[in-house]
Design a protein around this ligand. Structure first.
Ligand code: GDP
Length: 458
């Protein structure tokens, strides 16, 4: 395999930057471009040490930068190959020059994710662990980070391997009864297999179920605030944004003309599609119509319907109540600081079937109650306890579902007293599905696709 090199730090200006190199020629390339202060022989440098010196251009002899180089000797490195990381001053030109020197001396430019891909291909980590690396980098909340750290540590792999072992034990029994039909062990094999299959199915169902929580942790809760003009949407949004200092992102939303604000509630990202923002951004007099809200509401996980509690319900308010009827929604009666609180007694509100919270957005009152209700609705307190393995990856979920289906097929073939080798086919398929999660028998294309999502230098 070639020796690969890449700039591992994010583009831009920073205190330090890192160029990372991995492969069998790593140290000989380094020898050509790095002059350690104490002129140590590369052979004598130990792994997990750092040396101070200069990167020079071999051609001209000019000094490019003062650096610290860390050494990792095979097999004790990220990729299990010889590796080094050149810590230079953080600036694009410096890093680019160091990268060029490595390339000139025989390294090739790494593809995105190639370091992690090598860690996988060289057997240090399995595929699900490699996938967790990218999710750790992209994690937007503490809980997501925690779930992915556990995956990197191998908890998911361990569970999958355990289930595979149980299924393989059945296969061994089945093969024995095929090879030695004279012992007539088929009935015993079937009874035992049935028990194990049920057990494996239960375990897989639990993992599959954890994906619901995993999805919330990973993708957050898509939230739309609906309410007619002047109900207090902007004030509510401001109150939420002020309440929560940990604003993760402030990005353009999925629809071209909506703005998405992200805050974290109880450790979970709440993506608020800012309809008030649209109105303000586009035209002061243009009001966001119910049609627009309807469209946004369709895709939302949570609707927050806000009403001016000092005004009787209008036609538009009734439409909003209708809109939230079949959705996960919370009703806020705003401006509760004012005297004439008429909406509290309104039958349409009382009988809406939704939780009603009185707030005063302007005074930031009632926001904590709103958060508590979100926590209750989405069971946030149950998500990701320390010891739970949680699936956050759709590829894993799909394979777990397929394995479950195959196990179900195996169970049915036993019930229907089909020949034992038919049962074996279904179990073998389930084994393959589970094997794909940890990277056994996966096609080159799938591997390519997974690692293409990585960043350079990882
Ligand atoms: P939007 O059109 O739904 O975005 O509503 P705004 O947030 O712009 O609020 C409309 C008006 O109601 C503004 O004049 C706010 O100052 C006022 N308002 C919003 N929330 C409250 C509140 O809790 N109490 C009082 N008294 N006024 C509020």
């Amino acid at each position: 395999m070639d020796t690969i090199v890449a700039i591992a730090t994010a583009p831009g200006i920073g205190g330090i930057g890192i160029v990372r190199m991995s492969g069998k020629d790593c140290f000989s390339i380094l020898e050509n471009i790095f002059v350690p202060k104490h002129k140590e022989n590369i052979e004598q440098i130990k792994g997990y040490t750092m040396k101070y010196g200069q990167i020079i251009s071999k051609e001209t002899g000019t000094v490019i930068d003062e650096v610290l180089v860390s050494y990792f000797k095979e097999p004790k490195s990220y990729t299990t190959e010889n590796m080094c990381e050149i810590n230079s001053h953080g600036g694009m030109i410096v890093l680019q020059k160091i990268l060029e020197e490595c390339l000139k001396n025989g390294a090739v430019l790494a593809e995105p994710g190639e370091f992690t891909k090598r860690a996988f291909l060289n057997g240090r980590i399995d595929l699900s662990q490699a996938e967790s690396v990218i999710d750790i980098i992209h994690a937007k909340s503490e809980k997501e980070l925690h779930a992915n750290m556990r995956q990197l540590e191998g908890y998911l792999s361990k569970e999958i391997r355990q289930i595979r072992k149980e299924l393989m034990d059945i296969m061994v029994d089945i093969e024995a009864s095929i090879d030695y039909p004279e012992y007539d062990v088929e009935e015993v094999t079937n009874a035992k297999a049935m028990q194990t299959l049920e057990h494996c199915k239960e375990k897989l169902q639990l993992l599959e179920k954890s994906f619901e929580n995993g999805k919330v942790v990973k993708e957050g809760i898509k939230t739309v605030i609906v309410g007619r003009p002047n109900a207090g949407k902007s004030s509510l949004l401001n109150a939420i944004l002020k309440e929560d200092r940990a604003i993760v992102t402030d990005i353009e939303g999925t629809t071209r003309d909506s703005i998405e604000e992200t805050v974290t509630v109880k450790g979970i990202p709440l993506h608020i599609i800012d309809t008030a923002g649209i109105r303000k951004a586009k035209d002061q007099v243009e009001k966001i119509g119910i049609e627009k809200s309807k469209k946004l509401a369709k895709e939302a996980d949570l609707l927050i319907a806000i009403f001016d509690s000092t005004k009787e319900l209008t036609e538009e308010d009734l439409e909003i109540l209708h809109l939230i009827q079949d959705k996960t929604a919370i009703i806020l009666l705003n401006k509760s600081d004012l005297e004439n609180n008429v909406l509290k007694q309104n039958p349409a509100i009382i009988h809406s079937g939704k939780t009603v919270i009185e707030i005063a957005a302007l005074q930031r009152q009632g926001i904590e109650e709103l958060y508590n209700e979100i926590e209750r609705l989405f069971h946030l307190n149950e998500i990701a306890p320390q010891e739970e393995t949680m699936i956050t990856n759709i590829r894993h979920k799909t394979l777990i579902q397929k394995a479950e289906e195959n196990i179900q097929k195996a169970i049915e073939t036993i019930i229907m007293q089909m020949p034992i080798d038919i049962i074996a086919i279904a179990i073998k398929n389930a084994l393959e599905n589970l094997g794909e999660i940890i990277g056994e028998n996966v096609s080159e294309n799938i591997i390519k696709e997974i690692f293409s999502k990585f960043c350079l230098g990882k």
